[in-house]
Design a protein around this ligand. Structure first.
Ligand SMILES: NC(=O)c1ccc[n+]([C@@H]2O[C@H](COP(=O)([O-])OP(=O)(O)OC[C@H]3O[C@@H](n4cnc5c(N)ncnc54)[C@H](O)[C@@H]3O)[C@@H](O)[C@H]2O)c1
Length: 303
């Protein structure tokens, strides 16, 4: 089944006058979220540690008639988190919509090879930054009596895959954090939700598929293909908008039915005890878990 061929659902105007802050908006899903929020009328703070890609997203938004501001920051650094919120607030106005999207995927290897240094780096970017950026925007949202926080989880939070322990643990943490923040912040008018994608063609996988003329390829999802970054972004626009005014504490799965497909996980028996010098018998099957550059996303639905 092909993805919809319309460029965007008609969400124009849904977010007029709102200010959004999207982390990791230089590429992949975050860039699509920033573009779609802007197309819906929001002014967007495009936060990324990569200045070149952040500027590129801003150019795409302004070329389409939207308003955006690039902010270069490493969200894993506590000192940069309050600074980036201040920059967006000074440049665009108070943040109405926070999308905690940036993630450190780490590299895939067995649990016994996880180091505390890698674990702490991944936790800092994926979980700690999600918590403390939410804390940084919450007071002004509370004062206005309105705000939206959207956290990017992953289907691996519910369906872990092997060789991905640190990442999976942070995504599970994001699901619990989302629910806990919804309980605490919803009474102040702040809705907090998570989006859990799976099997999304982003980064170099998207480029390779586009070059092949098959932009979403085949994948073991119920829809028989990978999702596009825009299909995740449009769910974020919905959650950010008043169309989702009664939705809080939800985890919205965007995986084309991958979680229900019962297709085997090619990594199920790989990696628990695997080390770089382990015999090839522990290797995943050929073609399984194709990497997508920096994202580490896979056609089996893991990312
Ligand atoms: N692509 C998928 O199939 C998939 C599946 C499930 C979940 N997700 C989740 O969706 C989100 C986006 O995934 P993606 O595939 O687009 O990722 P990506 O790697 O393509 O993009 C991540 C962006 O975040 C930026 N970034 C990383 N660390 C940062 C830091 N410390 N400070 C500032 N910026 C930083 C990177 O520069 C990059 O622009 C992530 O939370 C990911 O876990 C993706």
């Amino acid at each position: 089944m092909s993805p919809p061929d319309t460029p965007a659902p008609s969400m124009a105007g849904w977010l007029d006058g709102r200010v959004a802050l999207v982390t990791g908006a230089g590429g992949g899903i975050g860039a699509a979220v920033a573009r779609r929020l802007a197309a819906a009328g929001a002014s967007v703070g495009v936060v990324d540690r990569d200045a070149t890609t952040a500027e590129s997203t801003v150019r795409a938004i302004t070329a389409a008639g939207g308003q955006a501001l690039a902010v270069v920051a490493d969200i894993a650094r506590p000192s940069e988190r309050n600074r980036l919120v201040e920059e967006v607030t000074d440049g665009l106005g108070g943040v109405d919509i926070l999308v905690n999207n940036a993630a450190d995927h780490g590299s895939r290897h067995g649990f016994l090879d996880v180091t505390e240094e890698e674990w702490e780096r991944i936790v800092a970017t994926n979980l700690t930054a999600t918590a403390f950026l939410s804390q940084a925007v919450a007071p002004a949202m509370t004062a206005r009596g309105r705000g939206v926080v959207i956290n990017l989880a992953a289907i691996q939070a519910m369906l872990p895959v092997a060789t991905y322990v640190s990442y999976v643990a942070t995504k599970g943490g994001i699901v619990s954090l989302t629910r806990a923040l919804a309980v605490e912040l919803s009474p102040h008018g702040i809705r907090v939700n998570a989006v859990a994608p799976g099997a999304i063609a982003s980064g170099s996988t998207a480029n390779a598929l586009a070059a092949s003329g098959d932009p979403t390829g085949s994948a073991p999802t119920l829809l028989g293909r990978m999702g596009t970054v825009e299909e995740v972004a449009d769910v974020c626009v919905f959650l950010a908008s008043d169309a989702a005014s009664f939705v809080t504490g939800a985890v919205l799965v965007v995986d084309g039915g991958r979680s229900l497909s019962r297709a085997p996980d090619p990594f199920a028996t790989f990696g628990v005890l695997a080390r770089p010098d382990a015999p090839a018998s522990g290797s995943p099957p050929p073609g399984a878990g194709r990497q997508t550059g920096s994202t580490g996303a896979h056609v089996d639905g893991s990312s």
